[in-house]
Design a protein around this ligand. Structure first.
Ligand code: DC
Length: 220
């Protein structure tokens, strides 16, 4: 049986995971799953439907209303109740809610099935916090992205300003620090380095250099 290759890209918030995943997806023609959108979806549902995520009945009902559908660039998008909610998921508030619900074991287990369903030929780029350690431990290549908190905050600040939001750099940096802390210190599936992952610090690297590095590793 031919195995569909998976490239797992884990790392800190705003470390460049998504930008590099999209470039890799284009270069290799692979599908792209940003697993953060699944936790953000759960955060969105927690807020908008007042769900407590404390029974498997709740979760199964919610899962049946979520569909992951690739767009023409092969990026998976989220449909909830048959509506594409992907563009609504990228606010800082939903990010905070995602970080909270990502600590519930019921949520993480339920989302495993959805994540595995995204593996399709010719391959999948999957990014998040536990792609290489928990969701795709057999991934062909594992990358762990990091960058200084100042650079990550600056990147996020620019994205939010460009999207028309009025935000303060210091607030963004504090929120990223809070998320780092909860992502790394939670009990289940914390953000940690897989023993066979390659670390890339993007503080002083541009995306083209990182892409070349990853392609070189993939082709070894
Ligand atoms: O990557 P992101 O900022 O969109 O992720 C939002 C939150 O979801 C993040 O704070 C932690 C959680 N998350 C997770 O626990 N596991 C993943 N594989 C992806 C995201």
């Amino acid at each position: 049986m031919i195995q569909v290759p998976v490239i797992a890209i884990d790392g800190d918030a705003s470390s460049g995971k998504t930008s590099i995943s999209k470039m890799l997806s284009k270069e290799l023609g692979f599908y792209f799953l940003d697993s953060g959108i699944l936790y953000r979806t759960m955060g969105y549902i927690k807020v908008n439907e007042n769900v407590k995520f404390d029974s498997s009945h709740d979760i199964n009902d919610i899962l049946s209303r979520i569909k992951l559908i690739p767009d023409k660039e092969k990026y998976f998008r989220v449909n909830f109740n048959n509506i594409d909610i992907t563009n609504q998921l990228y606010t800082e508030d939903i990010g905070q809610q995602a970080s909270i619900v990502s600590q519930y074991s019921l949520v993480r287990e339920a989302l495993l099935v959805l994540q595995h369903s995204c593996v399709s030929k010719p391959g999948l780029i999957a990014n998040g916090r536990d792609m290489g350690t928990k969701v795709f431990p057999g991934a062909k290549l594992k990358i762990f992205m990091t960058a200084s908190i100042e650079v990550r905050a600056e990147r996020r600040y620019r994205e939010l300003i460009a999207s028309g939001l009025d935000v303060k750099l210091t607030d963004i940096q504090n929120k990223i620090a809070e998320r780092d802390d909860s992502d790394k210190n939670r009990d289940i599936s914390p953000l940690k380095l897989a023993s066979d992952a390659h670390i890339i610090d993007s503080t002083d690297l541009n995306l083209e250099t990182i892409l070349d590095k990853i392609l070189e590793l993939y082709n070894i």
